[in-house]
Design a protein around this ligand. Structure first.
Ligand code: NAD
Ligand code: UD2
Length: 307
């Protein structure tokens, strides 16, 4: 049994991670500013400190006496990072430095490991699909630039300060509890919510853009495995399936599974939208011995059932 801090624990991915940690008998506490997360995402009794991850005193206090930190707090929207550049930079990069810095002193036994969320957005417009971790990083957004910055600081944490870190470049994550009402949410939750309510969906551009969709319950297994066996050298891993799905195909499958007619409208392409994003999961599978094996259809059924 260990004691962990989960930053951003009231959010979509964080809440699934916490479910897994509690099931394994661990003690969990959360630091979250509730900007997009909700307490209702967590079972009762999980202590939540409402605070900003870019506030060093708040992070220091939340991490004191823990055995490790899962750092998921961030403004997770590429669009939002364009609208509020400096504000999202504070949360997404300064917040990560605050976490890594606090990890140096969190436990009298020595620095504690940090497992953190990076993103496929670090690859930006790199056209070499599928993307391996060694592919050139060419972020197109402030969000992607800050996530790359997190990885660079994680290397400093490991090499200079002895804080073991593992970074995960999440591709497009989906599943229950991804807010269907937020305009900043992922395409699956937006489409699923609208189709289930009988409302039209808007496809940005021609809908032939491609994504690699990862089911959230597959993803959180890697986070806990990395915490259990922290490796030196600040490794980063793609979390992806390697399987392509177009936005059009996604809409069709969702309509089919929910038994509703598809009312699809086409709007302008999103500024800076990445055309194709497919990851190569080889390094992930070799290191952890497991694949993201939930099929898109099964994951979508689970998501629709939650709505
Ligand atoms: P989410 O918005 O549901 O979760 C983020 C959580 O962080 C929320 O609970 C929010 O309230 C909290 N938060 C935001 N800013 C904060 C701040 N300054 N201080 C404290 N708490 C703050 O999003 P998510 O999809 O669960 O994302 C979790 C992590 O995964 C993020 O780091 C995100 O960038 C990353 N990620 C997500 C995806 C995806 O497809 N969902 C893809 C790549 C990376
Ligand atoms: C996702 C992550 C982001 C980042 C990135 C990595 C979310 C919310 N964002 O951004 O955090 O890690 O991946 O590359 O998961 N679309 C529509 N209609 C809609 C909504 C979206 O057509 O109503 C399109 C959108 O233009 C894009 C695709 O669907 O082509 C996926 O959009 P998204 O916002 O779910 O995710 P993405 O890939 O921009």
């Amino acid at each position: 049994m260990a004691r962990y801090l989960v930053t951003g624990g009231c959010g979509f991915i964080g809440s699934h991670l916490i479910e897994r940690l509690l099931a394994a008998g661990h003690e969990v506490r959360v630091l979250d500013d509730l900007s997009t997360g909700k307490r209702e995402n967590l079972s009762e009794g999980v202590p939540v400190t409402v605070g900003n991850v870019a506030d060093p005193a708040a992070v220091e206090a939340a991490m004191a006496g823990t055995d490790g930190c899962f750092h998921l707090a961030a403004v997770a929207s590429v669009d939002r990072s364009r609208e509020a550049w400096l504000e999202t930079h504070h949360a997404n990069l300064s917040g990560t430095v605050a976490v890594l810095d606090a990890a140096r002193r969190a436990n009298p036994r020595g620095p504690v490991p940090v497992v953190y969320a990076s993103s496929a957005a670090v690859y930006g417009d790199n056209p070499n699909m599928p993307l391996t971790e060694d592919a050139a990083t060419r972020p197109l957004s402030a969000y992607g630039a800050d996530k790359l910055g997190c990885e660079l600081h994680a290397r400093v944490a490991d090499g200079v300060h002895g804080v073991p870190t593992t970074g995960f470049r999440f591709f497009n994550v989906f599943g229950p509890r991804q807010d269907p009402k937020s305009p900043y949410s992922g395409v699956i939750s937006i489409f699923a919510g609208r189709i289930a309510r009988g409302e039209p969906i808007t496809v940005n551009g021609d809908g032939e853009q491609v994504r690699d969709f990862v089911y959230v319950k597959d993803l959180v297994r890697y986070l806990t495995a990395a915490m259990d066996d922290a490796k030196p050298g600040a490794p980063v891993f793609n979390v992806c399936t390697g399987k392509p799905t177009t936005v059009n195909r996604l809409a069709e499958v969702l309509a089919e599974l929910s038994g509703r007619p598809l009312d699809r409208r086409f709007g302008p392409a999103r500024t800076g939208d990445i055309r194709v994003s497919i990851g190569d999961p080889s390094r992930l599978v070799a290191a952890f011995g497991m694949t993201c094996d939930t099929s898109l259809e099964d994951g979508l059924r689970d998501t629709l059932a939650w709505l």
